[in-house]
Design a protein around this ligand. Structure first.
Ligand SMILES: [Zn+2]
Length: 108
């Protein structure tokens, strides 16, 4: 899947149990313009696994896309706040709600 991030094309790739997914459920590689996300293939219903993995997959993609936007706008590497995982996750979690409120208000 290709996504336009501020004029730069990023590829979203889904992987499961690959070496580069060993440390996280996703990452954004601005050097290759690639977002790699865990797909949790075959994990549904396993003990210790979240019940609604589709919600988790979507949140992970939003999170990595936020990183991509921060990289492409030039803020990611020399800004502490733009590298803050808590802030990136907040945007990823709240973004759909903010967008819905803007839509409801006729502001987009
Ligand atoms: Zn992150």
């Amino acid at each position: 899947m290709k996504i336009n991030v501020l004029g730069t094309e990023y590829t979203i790739a889904w992987e499961h149990n690959t070496p580069r997914m060993a440390l996280s459920d996703g990452f954004c590689d601005e050097t290759t313009k690639e977002i790699v996300v865990e797909n949790y293939e075959g994990d549904d219903g396993k003990p210790g696994v979240k019940a609604q993995l589709d919600i988790q997959r979507k949140k992970n993609v939003r999170h990595e896309l936020v990183h991509a936007f921060l990289f492409e706008c030039g803020l990611a590497e020399n800004s502490n706040w733009a590298q803050n995982e808590e802030l990136v996750d907040w945007i990823a979690i709240q973004g759909p709600k903010i967008y819905k409120a803007w839509q409801d208000a006729g502001a987009v």
